[in-house]
Design a protein around this ligand. Structure first.
Ligand code: GDG
Length: 486
């Protein structure tokens, strides 16, 4: 079995329990179950002349960032340009001079540090938006290995993507991969639309996309979870469920994409319009801190604390606090128990690549008496988990109404929905995700076409549209900015 070289912004300590954050959780599984090497940023910031010191700890290899790299690459281009734009928040994007150059520069430096560690048969698997240019940089250094890319966040509609001044360079970087994996079919359609409308890409007869004289395969690989992590009954259930009280659980990094203010408002509205449920229900929101140095995150904590305060002040009693808001990370073992003892999971991001919490909640339920998943239509997970109660998180009164529906749902209905959801979560688990990405990468880099791999109907449709639009379009392409020669 070939070694998999995982490359991601951060790496996890494999000896410690998984950290908050979907990418860390997923890659820790791959690293534990395959011959692998995991390469990424150590989380340290060191003086520029110390940043080339690579640290090996078993199968983990890390490098530090310099203060400028941290500011302009990590806080800057990755988290103040790509993260907001890919989540449709152009209003929060900060297109500042110097960010993109550092972004390319860090990727160049990481590629040079990674290259000596590679063996000819290794599969290189690059993860997420921080590292889009890594393959271009590796190819420039002569690396001929199979290289795949997986984007954990959603890919935006093409009109949003072209707002990034360097969108063509990013596309050129994507095209250097043998395979680009996305979470959902609609992400794939968005990327194909962009290649067609933004770049005049064309489709080859074997369903690859030709852009910048490269052939790239694009497909969806919805990420899953390790079901066995959540399926074991937990011993401390009694500790987390108040007697006669129904718990609604939310677990989200404190991020503006997660729709937390809308969730609190919907819960407040539910209490307002359903007085019979007061003293019967609590909303427990676990919201560990994240990226607190990024400007756009400054207001969100204050906004949530103020909303929780005003809802608790308005409805709370001496013996009942409606919202439990916990701004700390919770141990993973404890999360399972909390999921299992919660009547409802309220998973209402405004935009989310997938959302693993939705799947974890399903896996943790008691099949005899399962809880109800309320899921945003804007989470990638909604494409697969259609047996959940699907909501538009912007529609606060409707979400409040769905909370009432969930609390009143019959045991029979809950069991039927849970069976359907569990079927998806079990079939498309983390192992299936990993196997199917790596198998597809191996096949497409060996010359097999995606068509031979039986792409879904939605992707075939998007490819057909691309074929048609490239056949009829007369518009000249936008002039290239500084082209990366490879
Ligand atoms: C990105 C994409 C995509 C959360 N709080 C605690 C904790 N967590 C764990 C959860 C879950 C993970 O972190 C969060 O994963 P999500 O998928 O919900 O969200 P992101 O972090 O935004 O992940 C996302 C994902 O990548 C994977 O591709 O689904 O769309 O944005 O596993 O359980 N874990 C512990 N304590 C906490 O307080 N132990």
């Amino acid at each position: 079995m070939s070694r998999v070289i995982l490359v991601s912004n951060r790496v996890s300590d494999l000896r410690r329990a998984a950290q908050a954050g979907g990418v860390a959780v997923a890659l820790a599984y791959v690293a534990r179950t395959r011959p692998s090497l995991w390469f990424g940023w150590s989380g340290e910031i060191k003086a520029a002349d110390e940043t080339d010191r690579v640290q090996h700890t078993g199968r983990i290899v890390t490098v530090p960032l310099s203060p400028t790299e941290h500011e302009r690459y990590y806080l800057g281009y990755a988290n103040s340009v790509l993260w907001p734009v890919f989540h449709n928040r152009l209003d929060l994007a900060q297109f500042e001079a110097g960010f993109f150059e550092q972004y390319m520069g860090v990727n160049r430096r990481l590629a040079a540090l990674l290259k000596p560690l590679l063996r000819p048969d290794d599969i290189v698997w690059v993860h997420d938006y921080h590292l889009i240019p890594l393959a271009v940089e590796l190819r420039q250094l002569g690396v001929a290995n199979r290289i795949g890319f997986y984007l954990h966040i959603s890919f935006p509609p093409w009109q949003t993507f072209i707002a990034i001044p360097e969108h063509r360079e990013l596309a050129r970087c994507l095209a250097a991969y043998d395979l680009v994996g996305l979470q959902t079919k609609s992400d794939v359609s968005n990327l194909i639309d962009y290649f067609a409308n933004g770049l005049m890409g064309s489709v080859t007869p074997d369903s690859r996309i030709r852009v910048f004289d490269r052939l790239v395969s694009v497909a969806s690989f919805p990420i899953g979870i390790d079901v066995s992590d959540f399926a074991r009954p937990s011993r401390d259930v009694a500790l987390v469920q108040g007697r006669g009280m129904s718990r609604i659980i939310g677990v989200d990094r404190l991020d503006y994409t997660k729709g937390l203010p809308q969730k609190f408002k919907a819960f407040g509205q539910f209490l307002e319009t359903n007085p019979q449920y007061r003293r019967q229900v609590v909303l427990t929101q676990i919201a560990p801190p994240t990226r607190e140095n990024v400007e756009a995150y400054l207001g969100i904590r204050q906004q949530l604390e103020s909303l929780a305060g005003s809802i608790n002040g308005r409805f709370g009693e001496l013996d009942w606090v409606p919202i439990h808001y916990i701004h700390r990370s919770t141990p993973r073992r404890r999360l399972t128990a909390i999921y299992r003892s919660s009547r409802i999971a309220l998973v209402t991001p405004l935009r989310d690549g997938m959302n693993l919490v939705a799947k974890e909640y399903v896996a943790a339920q008691d099949e005899e008496d399962p809880g109800v998943l309320i899921l945003s239509r804007f989470a990638g997970a909604a494409e697969e988990l259609d047996a959940a109660l699907i909501v538009n998180p912007y529609d606060i009164p409707a979400t409040a109404e769905v909370i009432r529906t969930a609390l009143g749902m019959s045991l029979e209905d809950r069991r039927a929905r849970h069976r359907a959801l569990m079927g998806v979560v079990t079939t498309h688990d983390i192992g299936a995700w990993c196997r199917s990405f790596l198998a597809t990468l191996t096949r497409v880099s060996g010359g097999d076409s995606l068509a031979a791999l039986n792409p879904s109907e939605a992707i075939s449709r998007a490819l057909d549209q691309l074929r048609q639009s490239t056949a009829t379009s007369q518009q000249p392409p936008e002039p290239a900015r500084e082209a990366a020669p490879w």
